[in-house]
Write a protein of this length. Structure first.
Lengths: 189, 189
DNA sequence: CACGGTGATGAGACTTGGTCCCATCACCGT
DNA sequence: ACGGTGATGGGACCAAGTCTCATCACCGTG
């Protein structure tokens, strides 16, 4: 019995990702995931709210983004504060050693609406967190919304590029590049 | 037995909304919804993919938005094409007689993460549909993304205002107003 | 009017996600 | 050696969702 080995949540996440890749999300039961990790269904649901969450539990991106915006230089414009937040995410979360895992995870999610649904909800939480953080800097409501929305788009573009290619630029520089392109594109709308 | 009465999907949707308001989403079973509509669980799942979908099945907003963008004047800028699409939505979908139902539905959704998740996914589909429609007009990819994202924000703001107040401006004018404000806000980012 | 085809419905078995309660086991300090 | 604490295993239980088959209403035809 593999009881009391540490890192149960991580073992469950790895087992889940492997099984989802092997037989697909919907052909994998929670019991099978738990068994591969040497645990049981009870323990799975003790660590994760539901079956989808096993791919999303890692780190609270919302806090990271809020912290990044709060820590931006005092005179920084809204979009510059967002860029600081994306830099922080690149340093703390989307690090090179997590790239491969992120890529595999992204492929699995792309193939299952149920998982895309969860990702979309997480995205809403990120947007809300960034908007709140900007408001706390004194940015007016609508301006904060717009800056956040553009920042979220930059984050999505940078994430796809970063996770989709081996080597190349790191997440932070990709995000800054995307933000610059987006800023230029707003003039053409 | 209430067999063979018409409009089964609509009866199910009304019954579901009533029950969700009375006892909450998670305290309502699919069997109870079906019974109130004079039907059974089998029939419920024949009309709706799952329990959440009973609040979202109505009309395909994606087609409406795509049609609105495709039908915009030839020389219209991306954001102007988006405004045309939002006008069309205001005329065809968010009509005054559907306002009350929309408001009740919005309140229920706001109280349950499971429903917000579905709504977030529907939102992604709307964004994808609008972006594709803009690209078919020859708008470059990134510009289309930005215009769509700003349009989605305007749609959200207009929808909240329209469904949240009795009387007042209709959806289309609210959307155009929001789009103007957003355009002004982009200059402050 | 009888008949058969079609399509929507009812009924119920079945799998799985998810909750809950309780017994069990390992670790740790005394 | 002993007891407390916290994570785990086990199993009952409910609801979501799938599947199959029987049933019923409607409609056209002879």
């Amino acid at each position: 019995m593999a009881r009391w080995q540490p890192h149960a949540p991580e073992r469950l996440a790895v087992a889940a990702l492997e099984l989802f890749e092997e037989r697909g999300y919907e052909n994998t039961t929670v019991i099978e995931i738990a068994e591969r990790a040497g645990l049981t269904k009870s323990t799975f649901f003790r660590h994760f709210q539901d079956k989808r969450e096993v791919l999303f539990g890692r780190g609270s991106m919302t806090d990271l983004l809020a912290k990044g915006i709060a820590g931006a230089p005092a005179g920084a414009a809204p979009l510059e504060a967002v860029a600081c937040a994306l830099d922080l995410v690149g340093q703390e979360a989307f690090t090179p050693e997590r790239r491969e895992f992120a890529a595999r995870r992204r492929t699995v999610i792309a193939g299952h609406p149920e998982l895309q649904e969860r990702e979309a909800l997480k995205g809403l939480a990120l947007v809300a967190s960034m908007t709140d953080a900007l408001r706390r800097r004194g940015v007016p409501g609508l301006t904060a919304c717009v800056a956040t929305e553009l920042g979220a788009l930059a984050m999505k573009i940078a994430y796809e590029g970063w996770s989709g290619t081996t080597g190349g630029a790191d997440f932070g520089t990709r995000a800054r590049q995307a933000l610059g392109d987006i800023r230029a594109a707003t003039a053409l709308c």
